[in-house]
Structures are given as C-alpha cells and as structure tokens.
Design a protein around this ligand. Sequence first.
Ligand code: PTJ
Length: 254
Amino acid sequence: MKISPNHPRAQSLLIREKIVKGVELGLTSLAGLTAHGRGEAFDYLIDEKTHQFSLNAIKAAAAYLLLSKHPVLSINGNTAALTAYEFIKLAKVLNCKIETNLFHHSRKRVKTINKYLKKFDKEAAYDSESLPITVIPNIESDRKIVLKDGIAQSDVVLVPLEDGDRCQSLKLLGKKVITIDLNPLSRTARSATVTIIDNIIRSMPQLVKKVKSFRNKNKDELSQIIKNYNNSKTLNQAMKTIQNRLNSLKRRAK
Ligand code: PTJ
C-alpha cells in the first residue's frame, strides 16, 4: 500500500506495512499482526516517542550486554520483520549470535527467518536447523526449545516482544534478561532484568548506538551503570507517563 507522507499517522502505517510484509515473506505469524496491534495501542499511550526512562534502560541493557561472557539475541517473527538489520548490527558489535526462537513454532518459519538473516550476513545467526537443541523447564509453549550452545549456555539474553513465561524461566536459570516491550504491564516487562518500554523500531537502533559508544568503557564503569539502574522505577515511570497522557487527553476533550 502506498502511504502518503502527509497522512497524520504515516509513521505508524509504515511500521504496520513492515509487519504485513513480514507475514507475506513467511517471517511473521498471523497472530503477530494482533500482537503488533497491542503494541500500537501502548505506543499511542506513551505518545510514540522514546522517553528518558527508556534511554536509561537502553544504557543498562548496553552495559549488561558488554559485560556478558555469552550474550545471545533471540529473534521472533515480529522482530525479524521490524528490525532484522539492527539485530545483525548488534550481533556484529557484540561478536555474538542471533537465535530464532518462536512462540508459534514451525520448522518452516525458523528456516525462513534464518535464511532471511543470512541474506544480510552469513555468520550472524545460529544454524538452528542443524545444531543440538535442549528444552528449558517450566514453559508450555515451543519457546522452550532452545539451542544447547545458544540460549541454554547464555548469561545475558535479549528477548524482545516476548510472551511472558520464557522470561520468567530464563531468570530462574540465573540469566539476565533484557526485553523491549511497549506494554509496561506485561508479564515479560514485569519480570525482565531490564525492560525497554519503547517501540522496537525506535529502540533497537539506539541500543546498537549505545553498545558502540560504551565499548571503550571499563568493567567498573559498566558495573556502575548497572548498579544505578532500577527496573521497577522504569516500569513506574512508564505507567506515570501513560497516566499523565490520559489526563492531558481528557482535559483536551472537555
Ligand atoms: O513469531 P512468534 O511465533 O514467536 O510470535 C511472536 C509474538 C509477538 C506474536 C508472540 O511472542 C506473542 O504472542 O507475543 P505477545 O504475548 O502478544 O507479546 C508481545 C508484546 O510485545 C506485547 O506486550 C506488545 O505490546 C509488545 N509489542 C508489540 N509490538 C511491539 C511491541 N513492543 C515493542 N515494539 C513493538 N513494535
């Protein structure tokens, strides 16, 4: 669909087109479209911008990723459609790999996503189809299937647009979990180590930039950034922002 740049919701419609394209390419599930709609609603509530609380979370996420001995970037159908290229860039800067892990699992979609990533960079993604797998406990969905040398071995995992139970299980396994989720009320947002409450379209490029700019910091400086970060505060600030926006919209409607 051709979207006029003069349309008042042009940016949002362009992002929507990326998700639709993701479905057409076989990257994104049909359920991914509704998940995107939920994200859009929350994006509207935070005024479709990156707030200071998200920038603080991005800083903490960059510090965790740089201090990690074995970071893994978990990609799904929605994140592949929206930010595959940023995933590749982040994997390159961190010298780590991307693991495809799906909620609505199908071997075909895993293959399609891996092939898509390999078009950008041959080395960026794990070869999920041929590597040994294992199962992480306490997860109902097929998200429990992970790579033995990938997520199973990781100490820090980036799991954006997650559905909830895997984040809690990964935490129970002692891993640090970084998520990007527009909904500060979601189970993932509430149980992650670091929650970036922002649209992945806006936050992934900023995360890549932050990791690049923090590369020269020493361990003590990175640890201090982590020490200064408080995820409950981030969630509360996001909810306060939503509350203020609703109040201001209410005043305008009078
Ligand atoms: O590709 P699959 O099979 O692994 O499935 C991926 C989805 C996203 C469909 C699956 O993980 C799922 O059902 O997720 P949920 O439970 O709908 O949660 C997704 C969360 O991401 C929700 O809290 C949304 O608000 C949020 N979200 C959606 N779009 C964006 C977003 N957050 C940031 N940026 C977005 N663009």
